[in-house]
Design a protein around this ligand. Sequence first.
Ligand code: ATP
Ligand code: MG
Length: 414
Amino acid sequence: MIQAPRGTSDVLPDEAARRELLEAHVKRILGAAGYERIETPVFEDTELFSRGVGEATDIVQKEMYTFTDAGGRSLTLRPEGTAPVCRAYIEHGMHKLAQPVKLWYLSSFFRAEAPQRGRYREFWQVGAEAIGASEPETDAELIALLAELLGAVGVRGTRLHISSLGNPETRAEYREELKAYLHAHEVELSEEVRSRIDLNPLRAFDSTDPRTREAMKDAPKLLDCLSGEDAAHFEAVRTLLDDAGMTYELDPTLVRGLDYYTRTVYEFKSSELGAQSTVGGGGRYDRLMERLEGPPTPASGWAAGVERMLLAAGELPTPPSLTDLYVAVAKPGGGPTAFQLAREARRAGLRAQLELAGRSLKGQLKHADRLGARYVAIIGDGASTSLKNMESGEQRELSTPEVIPTILRGSRLS
Ligand code: ATP
Ligand code: MG
């Protein structure tokens, strides 16, 4: 028997209804702040991610679905959304538009990871990007928008962690300092961290190994090494959050998975999620555009996992699916009339379904009841139809063209 590939899942109707609710919140909240939707291709040139996400990252090192197409091109199923959005910004000359360009997306992404609760090989993200914006207000606004979205979706137990990564130059100096510290403490580090000291020393802060975590407590922190301008930018972001009454935890060990972040970085965690506790996160990426050979453009953005948001929201009420009219057929040959009546009912704004499974009349009435239909029209032979109000049980013979106006009037049938 063929099953869905490991780490993927079907979105069944109940789940789809919850996602539609989430999408409506995204549109309302981001739309109100002037963000517009963008969707990019499911696969891209592999180089976009090796350059735009970074060679040293987990994503590029071990999580990408990469394949060669018939034309010999190396393509990769998108593992994240920021690099593609920046590629599109450059490709379509969006730097000529009034800045910032504010975009959002809701798309599926692909990472070859060990599947577990909240971690899949195909998953969905909502993302927001403000491109061409350097002001601290941008970062604070983005953080506030994500907080509002999580609140609207009903994500429980959220905590905001923030930090600043400064700029690549001070980060390079800091890296050397950290590498020296890690080398001096090699015996206390996990094999994985030790093997990557020179490739990606910052990831040591992400380790879940207890001895490594202990050793990292006294490691030098980047936050203490920021340049004056970066420190002032971060201070301004913090003041804006404070003034907005947002609580956060200053987390100097916060290392985002992507290489391209500068200055502000943040994550929202939820206590509902166990090991995969991050619902969403983001930061400023002022140097990414140049790395993709675009004009130097400051930018900031976040992405949040749809499955994790819904997991952390618990049971969202799914709106009941309602039916106004069920069109049943009493005699063989009534099908075409039923078909027309259902179409006309929908044009008139009613939710209408017709019998499609060849049930007996008794079976059709039972099915209409199961669907919660308010009315059932039973097509007789041609001109006459019997309309039954399922709430009151009243039933009346009508000419078929009278059925829809009668329902719309909501009049009593007797
Ligand atoms: P993690 O540390 O959990 O691996 P990440 O840093 O790789 O997360 P990002 O690249 O920042 O995650 O992606 C943003 C959000 O997308 C995450 O906070 C999470 O909610 C979601 N996400 C990331 N990877 C997965 C996955 N494999 N399955 C489901 N959701 C995911
Ligand atoms: Mg990850």
